[in-house]
Ligand binder design. Sequence first.
Ligand SMILES: Cc1ncc(COP(=O)(O)O)c(C=O)c1O
Length: 420
Amino acid sequence: MKLKQAIELDRKDSLKKYKSHFLNSKKEIYLNGNSLGKLPIKSIKKIRKTIDYEWGDRLVRSWNEKWLDLSDNLEKKLAKILGAKKREVKIGDSTSINLYQIVFSLLKSNLYKKSLISDSFNFPSDNYIIEGISSNFNIKNPTIINYSQDISAEINLIEKAIKKSPGILCLSLVSYKSGWMYPLKKLNDYAKKNNSIIVWDLSHAVGATHIDLKKTNTLAAVGCSYKFLNGGPGAPGFLFVDNSIQSKLENPIKGWFGHKLPFKFSDKYEAANNINKFDIGTPGVLSMVGMEAGLDIITKATTKSIRKKSISQSEYFISLINQELDSYNVKIESPRDPLNRGSHVTISHAESWKICRTLAKGSKKFPKIICDYRPDKYIRFGISPLYTSFQDLYHTINALIEILKTESYKKIKKEKNRVT
Ligand SMILES: Cc1ncc(COP(=O)(O)O)c(C=O)c1O
């Protein structure tokens, strides 16, 4: 393993200039953009201005002067990143709420049979949400597809489930565990042929992969903006509804911001006749302001270049794991084909929790390395092509070798943190 090679790869990296657009700590390596992305420098100024001038000085006048147009402006930018039309994307609330809105409205619409399907790779919250909704529509239980292993979804099982029980599916385009990435168009087309629809959760894909919702015949999706979109902690989620079905869907949560004319304060609810009907209540202005800089950086860098670098970095990282960690009982738990992998690489080891904590503590031999532990045995390394360098990945492998060789992880106590 050669540092020279990593330095050379960084030298040739066409996206390296974007690292300086984020707040970076010289003392640590951050491989957790798949949980919470870094802070874009421009967001600091934007949020400060919102606090000092718009909130501090202009107060309620800021709604007219700026805040009422905030979501519209961000939606246009996000739509471009997703390959959607500008009136097909709605930003606001959380991914969980967005998913509830879409799945509930699809069931109510009678566009599809009342069957709900998900799989064991989906994020738990998504499965809780659809299970919760199922009781409203007398659906016994959603079908949860289980696979024979934890790395790749078995497409034939998804197709079989659709054939058996056509209706509404919910899948995460990139699985939070192994990083498995589904063939988006292939599954959308199969669903369509079988009178079904897939609601995609794009949370782990958007900002780190190249997504074209139109070209892949996607009809509905949700996602979050605090991971690879770098929107900040608790930044708003988003939903996408294709124009072809928008008019047939109704928001199950009828708040005043989804009204055609919210500031008429009418006694009667009349939904907006466009994507704004999926608005609910007053938008979280500070969180929305925090989203813009991340979207601008991604637009400039382009998702095609980001995806290209993500693949090349993941391949580099995986090759080093194979080369250097084979004798330490480390197993790669992510798909080997980059076309079926998002932008994080998962490994397993019997002492994953302790290894993860040892990385985060740093030592005289290596800097602090922030990654993610996921029960029971997984460590996820999130590669954010906008600020991850090949040298970061090289040093992470060196740290792992050091920890595994010396078994320094044994000094870590058992108790776990709440998040990672
Ligand atoms: C894939 C995925 N879906 C849904 C969620 C839930 O999002 P929220 O908490 O914003 O509702 C998360 C949270 O991390 C996630 O990773």
